[in-house]
Design a protein around this ligand. Structure first.
Ligand SMILES: NC(=O)c1ccc[n+]([C@@H]2O[C@H](COP(=O)([O-])OP(=O)(O)OC[C@H]3O[C@@H](n4cnc5c(N)ncnc54)[C@H](OP(=O)(O)O)[C@@H]3O)[C@@H](O)[C@H]2O)c1
Length: 325
């Protein structure tokens, strides 16, 4: 049996992606065969596509994963003999980042730990935006301590995949939230609950005299000492992504700052938890968190979707919808 998929055999720009017929996968004993209804694109797909330094550690000459895509939503078509939690016909969503990717295809085989049952009220395309980004947002928001009512939380790079979830979840827990991003995303940030917004092209939040109890930084470009200045006396600063220098400073100088004072800075090393996804699913079901979708592309247009993501103009998430025959 054949299926359609977006494949690549070498590193490069979105131009190396091909929309092709390949063998439909057969689930192993511990796998679920998912018919993909929707996926979403992430910066991680671009990093694997182009082959960044970290990616080439696992595939120096050729890409390890032929089919990219980590965030999926779809329907279980078949299950391996050891599968306990799912059965054919179940609607699911999940994150394939730790399971070899493969979402940009009509079908993918996945271990059940990567999947969660999709609520009936959530559309497939909404569910496909949730997994990896909401999981990162949860992991970072609660990496060190609980968020308390009135705490001042700043999300830098708030208008993208991780940020739109981080803003809404922090609001749900009663934080006073500041979202930092470019001017065209600020209205959207207000609409999802940000109490304050900052256009990073006009104002440097590390130099405006404000201090925060928690800074989640999706787009770190300042020195770690600038960020330290923007923290309250027991404030926490955590990097999700950013420049190589900023990440190295967080990795090596962050622990020194954390050990020698009351401010904590760095990168949380804990893995994502499935319970976090289940929790976000409940927030979405109850309308407390709303997935923000910018654009939709069909599976055959995945290269276009990745080019658009590379431009950095997206508000929230970019979805791939898979046509159902
Ligand atoms: N730590 C982890 O476990 C982990 C796991 C996976 C991925 N990541 C990292 O997560 C990051 C991607 O997160 P995402 O999916 O949320 O990305 P995204 O959707 O691309 O969002 C990033 C946002 O940051 C904004 N931005 C860019 N430069 C900025 C600046 N100087 N100041 C403030 N905002 C800025 C962008 O807007 P404009 O372009 O309009 O400026 C965009 O809205 C990547 O760096 C990736 O490597 C981390």
């Amino acid at each position: 049996m054949k299926m359609k998929a977006i494949i690549r055999t070498k590193y490069g720009s979105p131009d190396v992606l091909q929309f092709k017929e390949v063998e439909k996968p057969i689930p192993k004993d511990n796998e679920v065969l998912v018919k993909v209804y929707a996926a979403s694109v992430n910066v991680d797909d671009l990093e694997h596509l182009r082959g960044t330094f970290a990616v080439r550690l696992i595939g120096p000459l050729k890409p390890k994963y032929k089919i990219l895509g980590s965030d999926i939503a779809g329907r279980v078509e078949a299950v391996g003999r050891n599968i306990q939690q799912f059965q054919p016909g179940d609607d699911i969503f999940g994150d394939l980042t730790d399971y070899g990717f493969g979402a940009f295809a009509e079908y993918v085989c996945v271990p059940e730990d990567a999947l969660v049952l999709k609520p009936v009220s959530m559309k497939f395309e909404e569910a496909a935006t949730v997994t990896s980004r909401a999981a990162i947002a949860m992991r970072y928001l609660f990496a060190k301590r609980k968020i308390e009512q009135g705490q001042k939380v700043l999300v830098n790079g708030a208008g993208g995949g991780v940020g739109t979830f981080a803003v809404q979840i922090a609001k749900y827990f009663g934080a006073d939230v500041t979202g930092v991003d470019s001017a065209e995303k600020l209205d959207m940030l207000r609409s999802i609950g940000a109490d304050h917004v900052i256009d990073y092209t006009k104002e440097d939040f590390t130099r405006n005299g404000q201090i925060y109890d928690l800074i989640i930084d999706v787009a770190a470009h300042h020195s770690i000492l600038d960020y330290k200045r923007a923290l309250s006396s027991t404030g926490i600063y955590l990097i999700v992504g950013g420049s190589r220098t900023a990440i190295l400073q967080a990795l090596f100088i962050g622990p020194l700052i954390s050990m020698t004072g009351s401010k904590k800075m760095g990168i949380p090393m804990k893995p994502s938890k499935r319970e976090d996804l289940v929790f976000v699913k409940e927030l979405i079901e109850s309308g407390k968190v709303v997935p923000v979708i910018d654009r939709r592309y069909s599976l055959s247009e995945t290269a276009k979707a990745l080019r658009y993501l590379e431009e950095g103009k997206q508000r929230g998430k970019i979805v791939i919808t898979v046509e159902q025959n």
